[in-house]
Write a protein that binds this ligand. Structure first.
Ligand SMILES: NC(=O)c1ccc[n+]([C@@H]2O[C@H](COP(=O)([O-])OP(=O)(O)OC[C@H]3O[C@@H](n4cnc5c(N)ncnc54)[C@H](OP(=O)(O)O)[C@@H]3O)[C@@H](O)[C@H]2O)c1
Length: 251
C-alpha cells in the first residue's frame, strides 16, 4: 500500500499505461490524488507509474486486463485490502478495431461479428462488470465518482444529423459500443441517484494518441482533462451526464 492520505482520495484508471488513461492519471495525481494505473502489461504499468512518481505524483501500477474477471476480483481485493475504499473509478481502457476508422467508407453491413463482439467485450461488457465488482468499495468512499470514457461517436443524436461534424465518421462497432456504454451511465446514475456516488460519461475530445491518430487536433496533455473533471466533480455537479470539457453533449 502507498500513502492514501495525501488528499484522502484514491483513483483507479484502467488502460493507464499510455494515451488518455496516463494523462488522466497525471491530472488526478497532480491534485494529490493517489493514482493506481491499470495496465494489462504490468511492466508498462509500472514504467508509467514510475514516470508519474518522477513528476511528484503518488502512483502505482496494477497488472490489469479489463476483459478478465479474475483481474476484476484482483482489483477488488487490492482496494478493499489496501484502502478499504475506492473514491474514483475511470473506465478508460478501450479499443477501436475497425480499419476504416476516421475517414474511410461506412462498412456497417460488412462488419465482422467477431470485431463487433471483441469491441463490445472491452468497451462495454468489461466496464459494466468491473463497475459491478468494485461498487461495494466505491460505496465506502465519502463521495464516489465513476467516469465512463465514452466518445462523441457514441452520440446517436449527432450520428443521425447530416449537419453534425461526426456524420461521416461511421465506425459501427466502436460507435455502438460507446452508445451502449452511455446507456450504462444513465441507468447506473439513476440507480445510484440517492447515494453520494456520481456516474458520468466523458468525451475526451479527438486527441493525438495511438487511437486518435496524428491528425487529431488535441494534444495528449489536454486529453485527460474531461475525465479528470468528472472524476472530481462537486457534490452538486452532474450525475448521469455526457460531457466534454464541462459542456453537455447530446446522447
Ligand atoms: N483518442 C481519442 O481521440 C479518443 C476520442 C474519444 C474517446 N476516446 C476513448 O478514450 C479511451 C482511451 O483512448 P486512447 O486514445 O488513450 O487510446 P490508446 O492510445 O489506444 O490507449 C488505449 C489504452 O487502453 C488499453 N487497453 C485496451 N484493451 C485493454 C484491455 N483488454 N485491458 C486493459 N487495458 C486495455 C491499452 O493498453 P495496451 O497498451 O496494453 O494496448 C491502452 O492503455 C478509450 O476508451 C477511447 O475509446 C479516445
Amino acid at each position: 500500500m502507498i500513502d492514501g492520505k495525501r488528499n484522502g482520495k484514491v483513483a483507479f484508471i484502467t488502460g493507464a499505461n499510455r494515451g488518455l488513461g496516463l494523462e488522466t492519471a497525471r491530472e488526478l495525481g497532480k491534485q494529490g490524488i493517489v493514482v493506481i494505473l491499470g495496465a494489462r502489461d504490468p511492466e508498462k504499468g509500472e514504467a508509467a507509474a514510475a514516470k508519474l512518481r518522477d513528476e511528484g505524483v503518488t502512483a502505482e501500477g496494477l497488472g490489469f486486463d479489463v476483459t478478465k474477471s479474475q483481474d476484476h476480483q484482483k482489483a477488488y481485493e487490492y482496494f478493499a485490502k489496501n484502502y478499504d475504499r475506492l473514491d474514483i473509478l475511470v473506465n478508460n481502457a478501450g479499443v477501436l478495431k475497425e480499419s476504416q476508422a476516421g475517414s474511410g467508407p461506412n462498412q456497417t453491413s460488412a462488419v465482422p461479428l467477431e470485431i463487433l463482439r471483441e469491441t463490445f467485450e472491452t468497451n462495454f461488457f468489461a466496464p459494466v462488470a468491473l463497475t459491478q465488482k468494485l461498487l461495494p468499495v466505491i460505496r465506502k468512499a465519502p463521495a464516489g465518482r465513476i467516469v465512463n470514457v465514452s466518445s462523441i461517436l457514441g452520440s446517436l443524436t449527432l450520428h443521425s444529423n447530416p449537419n453534425s461534424p461526426i456524420y461521416a465518421f461511421k465506425t459501427f462497432a466502436y460507435d455502438a459500443s460507446k452508445a451502449a456504454l452511455n446507456a450504462f451511465t444513465i441507468h447506473l446514475a439513476h440507480e445510484l441517484r440517492d447515494s453520494k456516488i456520481k456516474v458520468n460519461s466523458a468525451h475526451p475530445g479527438w486527441v493525438k494518441t495511438e487511437m486518435g491518430g496524428p491528425n487529431a487536433p488535441m494534444e495528449p496533455s489536454e486529453g485527460g482533462k474531461t475525465s479528470a473533471q468528472l472524476a472530481t466533480v462537486a457534490d452538486d455537479g452532474p450525475n448521469g451526464g455526457f460531457l466534454h470539457l464541462g459542456q453537455p453533449l447530446p446522447w
